[in-house]
Design a protein around this ligand. Structure first.
Ligand code: HEM
Length: 234
């Protein structure tokens, strides 16, 4: 069940709604800095910790096998199912969620397509690992600001390092383009443009409480992504 709230304070333009808190991590401490900048800078360490996990470094370095890429993609499926079902449901009742929901970003159909292209339409995929179940549950139980943190993490990540993952698995493991829809956002626009627009939407979030909740969950999300990489190590 998603616990997305319908509170009107979750509108992106509600900066004046809350008094700034003296010790707010993402609100007052950062003054009026654009939220996209606050987020990136305040989570730099967590990002580095996730992207330097052994599994993903070795996968991208060509040191693993093609099957390891598919083990990762199979785990992503329940994570994106949770994310995409939750954001669609939240967008129906919450204006802030609606401001971010964009069905064109959705990856579940692309993941299913890639898995079917590789293993056949009715092939069974790996069941979720315990960490994947925890990750998906966390997303399903998120409040709207927390849910948006996962939304930001997954899609901006896919549009950034994800682009490199797609290119490198093609190069190292000869995964053909027809099996890499996961990383293809060309139906929307160039990754940079999509990211710039996304960051502009982030910058409309000025409410310090929403910023703090979003930022804290972003850190948690990086940890979960890193734990998933760790679980795939062998
Ligand atoms: C394979 C490992 C990874 C690599 C090589 C990588 C690389 C990058 C690079 C180069 C950027 C900067 C892009 C830009 O400024 O436009 C970036 C941004 C980002 N990455 Fe990663 N990344 C990796 C893993 C992850 C993971 C696991 C997550 C989270 C699930 C993630 C989430 C993000 C986010 C949210 C941004 C946008 C930061 C911002 O500008 O607000 N990345 N990544």
């Amino acid at each position: 069940m998603t616990t997305a709230t319908t509170s009107p304070q979750h509108r992106p333009d509600t900066g004046a709604a809350g008094a700034e808190r003296p010790s707010g991590a993402a609100g007052s401490a950062a003054g009026s800095a654009p939220f996209s900048t606050v987020l990136r800078e305040a989570t730099r360490e967590e990002h580095t910790a996730a992207e330097t996990r052994g599994f993903i470094t070795r996968l991208m370095g060509g040191e693993l096998e093609e099957g390891d890429y598919w083990r990762l993609l199979a785990q992503y499926l329940p994570v994106y199912e949770a994310l995409e079902q939750s954001i669609a449901a939240a967008a129906e009742v919450d204006p802030l969620a609606a401001a971010f929901h964009d069905a064109r970003l959705a990856r579940v159909a692309a993941i299913r397509c890639d898995l079917a292209a590789r293993f056949g339409k009715d092939a069974e995929v790996d069941p979720p690992l315990p960490v994947t179940e925890r990750y998906a549950r966390r997303i399903r139980e998120a409040t709207v600001p927390q849910l948006l943190a996962h939304h930001y993490l997954r899609y901006l990540g896919d549009l950034s390092g994800g682009q490199a993952i797609g290119a490198l698995v093609a190069r190292h493991y000869q995964v053909p383009g027809g099996q890499l829809a996961m990383w293809d956002f060309s139906a929307i626009d160039k990754p940079k443009r999509v990211k710039d627009e996304y960051r502009a939407r982030l910058d409309e979030i000025t409410d310090p409480e929403i910023r703090d909740e979003f930022l804290a969950e972003t850190k948690r999300g990086y940890e979960l992504a890193g734990e998933l990489f760790a679980a795939l190590d062998r």
